[in-house]
Design a protein around this ligand. Structure first.
Ligand code: IMP
Length: 421
């Protein structure tokens, strides 16, 4: 019988702001030390590009471990999969047999989900969430409403087609009212293509992961989006439709809480947000513009300019607690190079009162800042001692306020420009 303390645990990478923290670089870097990398929530709303040996790869659904030829990549049951997007993404790689596994319980994003997402956003008008338009919300809604379609159903196309046609017929009044016209003639052909391209990758990934841990394999769980976009703990309704926090990794894989090992929170040295919703430290002036330009803050999935602002230590502190972070990876420190003064939000003022937690009415919170002296250059630094004193001071203070130790600092997109603290 294996003693609890001897058991292998799965380590976890989680975004602790509004997504786009730079998780891809860290997973790509750490994936070299893991046998298996797993996505557990979200869908192709996520995205990052990774450059390896001059070639650029766009990843939305396939875990970032795919660039380590030895790693097996798992898309867990908690992910919502657009078969079309996945097939397209898989074509970037020569042979994924044995290196990509898809949970048979993951739900599919089908054409009607995408059309519903876009139509509902239009209806919301000024109150639009600013979704990526990828069908994420409607696919998760169907899953929760128990009318979704698991990808494992591709194994029985006749049943899947019949069930899907029945569902589409039942929901016809809704589609009609939203001016959605579905092309049902091509339905069978599409499902056949999905089955042909994907069936050999589809398995029970929960069993696979249990066995992997029992066999002492090293497993890395890769979160998508960020904590402030979590369906329960984020800035609802301006959130995504999945559990983006570390607890979501259990639901989205079938591992239990005792299977989880080290949790690393990924956080940018400043803050960004795409889409609508409260963002207390957003900077609408020159500093925000400079962060956007220096940080190339434009969405990988949608190309939208990201809203930019200062590091919100109140939000990060509570995100670190929510996720149980053992360490923080501070990304894109070099983007702050050349700023004379750098601000950090250390508390909020809400209705004249100072608070150090996230209130339910975050839109009313005004940031209370502490100002730090800037520095000239951190870009390319690979050692903590190489960093200018002001940058070291900035990091140390963040660590103190957030109350979680910094384990990694990134100073450029390059894999090697990384400091292990
Ligand atoms: P959805 O996930 O497409 O439904 O979008 C809901 C909200 O989450 C919108 O504000 C999106 O901009 C945001 N969002 C979704 N995925 C990402 C991501 O990978 N990075 C940053 N924001 C995201």
């Amino acid at each position: 019988m294996i003693q609890k303390s001897d058991r292998k645990r799965a380590d976890l990478i989680v975004g602790i702001q509004w997504g786009d923290e730079g998780k891809g670089k860290i997973v790509d870097l750490l994936a070299q030390n893991y046998d298996i990398v797993v996505r557990y929530q979200g869908g192709h709303n996520a995205g990052h590009t990774i450059v390896v040996e001059g070639k650029t790869y766009a990843l939305h659904l396939i875990p970032s471990g795919v660039l380590n030829p030895k790693a097996v990549n798992v898309i867990g049951n908690g992910v919502v999969i657009s078969p079309e997007a996945l097939i397209k993404e898989m074509k970037q790689f020569e042979n994924l047999e044995g290196r990509l596994l898809i949970s048979d319980s993951a739900h599919m994003i089908l054409d009607h989900h995408i059309l519903l997402d876009q139509a509902k956003e239009k209806l919301r008008g000024k109150k639009a969430i600013g979704t990526t338009g990828r069908g994420i919300g409607p696919a998760y809604s169907d899953k929760i409403a128990r009318s979704g379609f698991k990808i494992g159903m591709l194994r029985d196309l006749d049943k899947l087609e019949a069930d899907l046609r029945e569902y589409l017929q039942q929901n016809e009044p809704i589609f009609k009212s939203l001016d959605i016209n579905l092309d049902l003639d091509s339905l069978r052909g599409k499902l056949e293509e999905y089955a042909r391209e994907l069936n050999s990758y589809i398995i029970n990934t929960t069993n696979y992961l249990w066995k992997a841990l029992d066999d002492n394999k090293r497993v890395l769980l890769e979160g998508a989006q960020g904590t402030m976009l979590d369906i329960d703990h984020g800035t609802y309704p301006y959130v995504t439709s999945s559990s983006t926090i570390s607890a979501g990794a259990c639901i989205g894989t079938g591992l239990n809480p005792k299977d989880i090992g080290e949790v690393t929170g990924i956080v940018k040295a400043y803050a960004t947000r795409v889409g609508n919703g409260p963002f207390p430290t957003e900077d609408f002036g020159d500093d925000g513009e400079k962060l956007r330009e220096q940080g190339h803050e434009f969405g990988t999935t949608t190309g939208r300019p990201r809203r930019c602002g200062w590091f919100d230590a109140v939000a990060v502190k509570s995100a670190s607690r929510l996720n149980g972070c053992d360490g923080l990876s501070i990304m894109k420190l070099d983007v702050l190079d050349g700023f004379e003064k750098i601000k950090v939000c250390v508390a909020y003022e809400v209705n004249g009162e100072e608070i150090d937690y996230i209130p339910s009415n975050l839109e009313d919170a005004k940031p209370i800042y502490r100002e730090f002296d800037g520095w000239e250059k951190t870009e390319g630094a690979r050692d903590f001692d190489q960093l200018p004193e002001n940058a070291q001071n900035y990091l140390r203070e963040i660590e103190k306020i957030v109350g979680t130790k910094i384990s990694i600092v990134s100073t450029s997109p390059d894999r090697d420009d990384t400091i292990r603290v």
